[in-house]
Design a protein around this ligand. Structure first.
Ligand code: S3P
Length: 184
């Protein structure tokens, strides 16, 4: 089960807006959430970890027992809950912006940043850790490449609605910092 140290508390006036990192699985959302939070003295949370904590089930178990549709409902509900935490950077799940109008909600309530890595980079990162990821656990390496290219193409219409887009070499702490400063 993934876990980090979820922040607690409620939104107070004057706090910075929540930052939502969006993008494909393997794009580095949790890695960057942690680094941005460290740099800005904020907390960070992985939305999957928050779902696992609340349900006491792994994401894989939720998919297996109740199915994807029920996972997407939970995801949308818990997204709204964690976005209420103070000074928070949220690593969303790869599918979060694509269901239940979550991208509109995130745009209305915080700063959305699409971390856009190529399928080649995603495959390299995901190949060793397919097992606990329900959508890719049964795929061969070749199928993984096809699946990720197809999903990225499908999902780009949602990801592209993020207020900010960082691609490949543009993805750096400095770029995140500049984006966040532009909202202060
Ligand atoms: C999913 C991505 C996963 C997790 C679930 C579904 C997706 O999150 O929410 O397995 O639909 O792309 P990460 O992007 O954090 O791996």
């Amino acid at each position: 089960m993934k876990d980090n140290n979820p922040a607690r508390g409620s939104t107070r006036q004057g706090d910075p807006l929540p930052i939502f990192l969006i993008g494909m699985m393997g794009s580095g959302k949790s890695y960057w959430a942690q680094r941005i939070a460290g740099e800005l003295g904020m907390d960070w949370i992985d939305l999957d970890a928050a779902i696992e904590k609340q349900t006491q089930q792994t994401i894989k178990e939720i998919f297996e027992t109740t199915g994807e549709a029920s996972f997407r409902e939970l995801e949308s509900k818990i997204l709204k809950k964690v976005a209420g935490y103070r000074r928070i950077v949220i690593a969303t799940g790869g599918g979060t912006p694509c269901f239940h109008h979550n991208i509109d909600w995130m745009n209305a309530h915080g700063i959305t940043i699409w971390i856009d890595e190529t399928p080649g980079v995603l495959v390299k990162r995901l190949r060793p850790e397919k097992n606990h990821r329900p959508l890719i656990k049964d795929l061969s390496d070749d199928q993984l490449q096809d699946f990720l290219s197809r999903k990225l193409a499908e999902r780009s219409v949602f990801y592209a609605q993020a207020r900010h887009h960082l691609k490949g070499a543009e993805i750096s702490l400095k770029s995140f910092h500049q984006i966040i400063q532009s909202h202060v």
